[in-house]
Design a binder for this molecule. Structure first.
Ligand code: PMT
Length: 405
């Protein structure tokens, strides 16, 4: 696949140092990154830093002898996206008023690429009516503006104006660069573990970090779907653009899944739901008195099995995950049949590079007609895109519609 090109435009604000991490992440995401800086930006971080990180020449002088005369036109027309991060009040004003008085501002005027502006400045400057009006003008012209974060600013003030974290800017860039092939779909995704309380301070849970389910949710949003994410407790930030439904226990997850299932034409269950919960939750902390203790457990509802049983009333493509430590294929096939699924994604969770907590996964897709497809070891982001490709193919083949289910 052709690699996409991004121009990172850096203007003169203290948050310019964060642009170094942004460039690193964009390069890691296999994008071709070129950096243009304003003169003031070079007072904060040297062009050499960005040259080393991007592997490309950095431009900050309109009359740079190293490039070609038309670079300020070519860059914005050959790339797919321009990210201005940080964007100062001054640069936002120039963009709103069509002023091109250096390489970067001229590049933006001539650009055919999509543009993402990431404002970063003192809170009073950000709230100034002139700055707000300029941002409104940019939005009305189809330029994407990423809201700055709230909190402590470099000047000591508290308020809006912080440059969002590089990972958040990267995610927004991915959204703008992605084909919207899932537009029109509404996808319910479950992620993370459930916790089943024993007493007010103890619980039973499992090793799910939520990474797999959250990667699915982010990829689906990027590709234009509406996404409801029902998540057990994880240390992850809810992805931008999802309807986020936090759950703790399997019972809560069950309720939230069924409350949100209507209108969803795709359901993907990556959550690791506790199969059992303590029969009783003690009202007070259980004291260390007896030499041994027994815990009586009872079965939790099987959310996916219930979705499968009631599928006729709510036609959808139903996808489960199978977490196995032995007989991966045979066990996953049994779950596919028993739970009336269209596809199951099987992962061997005894591996150190797949399943729980890792950033990578090794999966097999098993379909209703018995087909099995093996994927190579990939990052969870890549697995998520592959799962969604296969789900899209099933939808195009008529699965999930009343007649196909
Ligand atoms: O969160 P990570 O750290 O990134 O790890 C990812 C993962 C290993 C959790 C994920 O890839 C995965 O395998 N998820 C399914 C885990 C699991 O519970 O598998 P299972 O084989 O026990 O269950 C089969 C299917 O039934 C799953 O889709 C599960 O969500 C569903 N289920 C299970 C029990 C239950 N009571 N209700 C359910 O809906």
């Amino acid at each position: 696949m052709k690699r996409k090109g991004v121009v990172v435009g850096i203007t003169g604000g203290i948050a310019a140092y964060k642009a170094a991490e942004l460039v690193r992440l964009l390069v890691k995401d296999r994008l071709i990154v070129r950096v243009a800086m304003t003169r003031s930006a070079t007072r904060f971080v040297t062009p050499l830093t960005f040259e080393a990180l991007s592997g490309n020449r950095v431009v900050y002088d309109m009359f740079d002898q190293d490039g070609t005369v038309m670079d300020h036109i070519r860059w914005g027309q050959e790339s797919d996206l321009i990210i201005i991060a940080p964007a100062t009040a001054d640069f936002i004003g120039k963009m709103a008023h069509g002023i091109g008085d250096d390489f970067l501002s001229t590049c933006v005027i001539a650009a055919t690429a999509r543009i993402l502006v990431c404002p970063s400045m003192n809170d009073r400057m950000f709230m100034n009516p002139a700055v707000q009006e300029n941002l409104r003008v940019l939005r009305s012209r189809g330029i994407a503006v990423l809201e700055p974060g709230q909190g402590g600013l470099a000047c000591g003030a508290e308020g809006p104006g912080r440059l969002p974290e590089p990972a958040e800017i990267l995610e927004q860039a991915r959204v703008l660069l992605s084909e919207k092939d899932l537009f029109g779909h509404k996808i319910l995704i479950s992620a993370g573990p459930t916790v089943e309380p024993i007493d007010p301070v103890r619980y039973i849970t499992n090793r799910s970090s939520g990474k797999m389910g959250y990667a699915l949710a982010r990829a689906a949003v990027r590709r234009g779907a509406k996404v409801v994410l029902v998540s057990g407790p994880t240390g992850l930030k809810a992805p931008t653009g999802v309807v986020f439904c936090p759950a703790k226990t399997a019972d809560e997850m069950y309720r939230l899944v069924f409350e949100n299932r209507e209108g969803c034409d795709i359901v993907i269950k990556a959550a690791a739901v506790s199969d059992y919960r303590p029969l009783e939750c003690a009202g007070r902390k259980v004291k260390k008195e007896a030499e041994s203790l027994s815990l009586e457990l009872i079965r939790n509802p099987d959310i996916l099995a219930r979705l499968g049983e009631t599928k006729a009333a709510f036609p959808c493509i139903l996808v489960g995950f199978a977490a196995e430590t032995e007989d991966l294929l045979a066990n996953a096939q049994k779950k596919l049949k028993a739970k009336h699924l269209d596809m199951i994604v099987a992962n061997d969770v005894s591996r150190t590079d797949a399943g729980f907590e890792t950033d990578t996964n090794l999966v097999k897709f098993i379909y209703r007609d018995g087909r099995v497809e093996e994927a190579p070891l990939m990052t969870k982001d890549e697995v998520a895109d592959l799962v969604l490709n296969r789900v899209r193919d099933l939808s195009e083949a008529g699965f999930g519609h009343a007649k196909g289910t």
